[in-house]
Design a protein around this ligand. Structure first.
Ligand SMILES: NC(=O)c1ccc[n+]([C@@H]2O[C@H](COP(=O)([O-])OP(=O)(O)OC[C@H]3O[C@@H](n4cnc5c(N)ncnc54)[C@H](OP(=O)(O)O)[C@@H]3O)[C@@H](O)[C@H]2O)c1
Ligand SMILES: *[C@@H]1O[C@H](CO)[C@@H](O)[C@H](O)[C@H]1NC(C)=O
Length: 344
């Protein structure tokens, strides 16, 4: 009897208690959105890429709740329609418009931008560059234009999109100088594991085994997101354009990202049925929590006088000390990206 009692104590009660304390502490440390300090977006136009699922879908809903005109820029129109129908069961506020955008195709990015300007031009207040592919298996895949997929979708597609929409962002920024337009870049902590080889941006020559926790391809694309953020802020500042930009890490969020790879290469049952559910319960955010820093960067008045910085848990995340984010690299990546997407 006392043996059974010890087993229950040491293998169930104590571990469960420790996990509960960790869960509680982690949640305490996370910042929260301050709803009383937000810019008013009602009637304003915002774009969210990859709004059909995960963090992007919640982001679109949060904007709609606040009365914005939300453009859901998605590659799968049926899936986007299902997302909107689901959001509409919870709120009738705002306007939600689905438009086709496939970031793995430069011609699609161009088509989206010109259609947007034609139909809804007049000022874009917020652009959320949220869509992303993880490619957890680290297999080299290519976009329509022959770019390595993670770099092509997560960085180059958004690079072109942002540049094509800058006149619209600037236009909205001119309306009220104390309310700059915003570009919000959903990056990741994974950028710290990335390293860009400017002689091999498409990863044709570099061996692929080289990855830690995350696919190297993904980490590199997220490093590119942050370098883009740095250089964009610099250019906006020197051009005196009333547009700010921010990068962020949403945290570890339970979404569909990377699940396809997992399906093709399923881990052992004890991982999927025991370890993962525990990990999820203790550490992971749900999509609503995952979208909080995006909303913070999109709307918080505290950030009006900052640009080119990074945030997580609705808080400033100082990356000035990280050597990987050099201004020199940021400029170089910008110039190479311009050539790759044939911007000029
Ligand atoms: N989840 C996390 O723990 C985590 C951590 C750090 C950073 N992030 C970042 O958060 C962002 C959102 O990811 P998530 O976790 O919400 O994943 P998700 O649920 O898989 O959502 C990703 C979205 O991107 C879209 N997308 C993918 N490729 C696209 C393309 N070529 N063109 C247009 N849209 C495309 C997807 O469209 P479909 O619906 O058609 O697939 C989907 O709507 C990503 O940038 C990701 O890197 C996530
Ligand atoms: C301009 O923006 C500020 C800050 O959000 C706001 O308080 C003010 O009402 C706005 N002015 C106009 C004319 O909309």
């Amino acid at each position: 009897m006392s043996f059974l009692y010890s087993i229950i104590l040491y293998f169930i009660i104590i571990p469960a208690f420790i996990l509960l304390v960790i869960r509680f502490t982690i949640r305490k440390l996370r910042g929260k959105v301050d709803l009383t300090n937000e810019v008013d977006v009602s009637g304003k136009t915002v774009i969210v890429t990859g709004a059909s699922d995960g963090i992007g879908k919640v982001t679109a809903e949060e904007f709609a709740v606040r009365g914005a005109r939300v453009i859901l820029a998605c590659r799968n129109l049926q899936k986007a329609e299902r997302a909107v129908a689901d959001i509409r069961t919870r709120t009738t506020n705002g306007e939600m418009i689905i438009m086709h955008l496939d970031l793995s195709s430069l011609s699609s990015v161009r088509k989206f931008s010109s259609e947007f300007i034609e139909k809804y031009g007049g000022g874009l207040s917020i652009l959320v560059n949220n869509a992303g592919v993880l490619n957890a298996a680290g297999k080299r895949k290519l976009t329509e234009d022959g770019f390595e997929e993670a770099f092509g979708v997560n960085h180059l597609g958004h690079f072109l999109l942002t540049n094509l929409l800058l006149p619209e962002l600037a236009k909205a920024g001119e309306k009220n100088l104390s309310e700059p337009s915003r570009v919000v870049i959903v990056s990741s902590l994974a950028h710290t594991w990335g390293s860009l080889n400017f002689n091999d941006l498409m990863y044709e020559k570099t061996p692929l085994e080289d990855w830690r926790m995350m696919s190297k391809l993904y980490s590199n694309s997220k490093l590119a997101n942050n370098l883009f953020n740095l250089e964009l802020a610099k250019r906006l500042r020197s051009g005196k354009v009333n547009v700010n930009c921010y990068a962020l890490c949403p945290g570890i969020v339970d979404t569909n990202i990377g699940k396809e790879d997992m399906m093709n290469n399923p881990p052992p049952v004890y991982v999927t049925k025991i370890l993962f559910p525990i990990f999820k319960w203790v550490i992971m955010k749900d999509s609503k929590e995952g979208a909080e820093t995006t909303m913070y960067c999109s709307l918080s008045k505290y950030l009006t006088h900052q640009s080119g910085e990074m945030y997580r848990n609705c808080e400033f995340w100082d990356y000035s000390k990280r050597p990987k984010l050099s201004e020199k690299d940021a400029t170089k990546l910008w110039e190479m990206s311009e050539k790759l997407v044939k911007l000029n």
